[in-house]
Design a protein around this ligand. Sequence first.
Ligand SMILES: Cc1cc2nc3c(=O)[nH]c(=O)nc-3n(C[C@H](O)[C@H](O)[C@H](O)COP(=O)(O)OP(=O)(O)OC[C@H]3O[C@@H](n4cnc5c(N)ncnc54)[C@H](O)[C@@H]3O)c2cc1C
Length: 458
Amino acid sequence: MPFWDKLEDLLPLNIISYSQEEKYVYRTDSTKFNGDPDIIINVTNQKEVIIAVNFAAKNDIPVIPRGAGSGMSGGAVPIKGGIVLNFEKMNQILKIDKKKRIAYVQPGVVVSDLQDKVKELGLYYPPDPSSNKVATIGGTVAENAGGLHCVRYGVTSRYVKGLKFVDSKGYLYSTGIYNNKYLPGASLLVGSEGTLGVITEIALELLEEPILKDTFLTYHESFMDAVNTVIKIKKTDIDPSVMEIIDSNSLKAVTQFKDINLKTGTDTVLIIQLDSNLLTDLLDRSSKLENLFKKLNILGYKKAESSLEAEDIWSLRRAISSSIKRISPNKLNEDISIPISEFPRIVEIVRNIENKYGLKIVIYGHAGDGNLHINILYDRNNKSETDNTIFAAEDIFKNTVQLGGSITGEHGIGLSKKNFLSLQYSKNEIGFMKKLKKAFDPALIINPDKIFNVQKDN
Ligand SMILES: Cc1cc2nc3c(=O)[nH]c(=O)nc-3n(C[C@H](O)[C@H](O)[C@H](O)COP(=O)(O)OP(=O)(O)OC[C@H]3O[C@@H](n4cnc5c(N)ncnc54)[C@H](O)[C@@H]3O)c2cc1C
């Protein structure tokens, strides 16, 4: 490996790794995709990132930024080899400006570490993917992650007030608040899945911590009944911070391993949470919600009377993913996003697809913001089941787009959905995105061949 030793003159030796073990760990993320990195650089500061990218640019080597590798679309997988820039050690919360409610962080900060830290100051960072105990701020910004509380508080992009990034030549740029321009909204880097530049610092807006919470578990005799409840709640000013839906197949999986008291006849449940800092406001919205339940004639509901009871409700939601893994060798977790008015139709379609291909499909997710996790259970060692799973996913994507939805709500396109991108975007639209990629990264070294393939100009 002749030229890698030149890098050893530029960077501290202890952050460079060629070890087979480390390369094995960083060859994949939470998907089935694999790559073969040449080298891992465990960056600890911005200067090292600049040096590494500059070296990659001079030697035409791919650079793959990586947070915790919890990504569900293959974004951090080094499919073309090259340098994995691992941000796990660049994990300092640099400053929390309590007065302006802004946190300045390095990309490797784990989301829940930031949330815990700001909570000590009475502040709140809302975007909370279920992976928040491992996922990094850099990864969540690159994927524009959503989460449980985003129905009320919005997704990651709403909180990014500025960021610093290194382009494909190794030049550093500052955007938004770092430039003294308080630009609302997100930079192009947010949601770009690590394909436009390498993020080295992020300024995040914080909110006041809502300290009062009411948590409900509602029982429904059908998925449609639960969806109808979500639609009715959305038409009021109750404004829940959580509205999660859990279907019968998910409940069957969880109840195999966990005792849960469900009302007889329950097919689907909703977890609904309201939060506030004002007791009168919380009481008012809670009583409106309970009155609505009565009018809707649902099977029943439970209101948590203590934080312990609330935790018990939440444990049901948290148990879904691991329970599914225990009942099925493999699962394809698709995260469509669709207007809530179309939920009844898409669920009917998914059930037909389930029958057509003889597969089991589990549905749960952030119903309040139209984001459904559709998990197709299968066995990778069974060829026809694996093929049918791909066909079923494609059918679901086609129908989702026809109903005005999107093939991904939060996990991104990456590698998993690049073949389906043309279902959602026209040739011109994809062509425009490719031009944007080339404008940022003409040498095509930053996370190449993710989202779509781009050819170099001659
Ligand atoms: C059990 C589980 C639950 C999940 N729940 C949710 C959920 O509720 N909501 C949700 O949105 N997602 C969820 N995810 C998916 C995943 O956690 C998110 O996509 C998360 O944003 C990935 O963060 P990460 O640090 O692991 O990034 P990685 O997987 O390491 O990388 C993701 C992408 O970000 C890029 N990237 C990372 N760091 C940088 C950087 N510094 N600069 C530029 N690009 C960078 C990478 O190149 C890659 O394209 C879940 C995943 C799991 C395994």
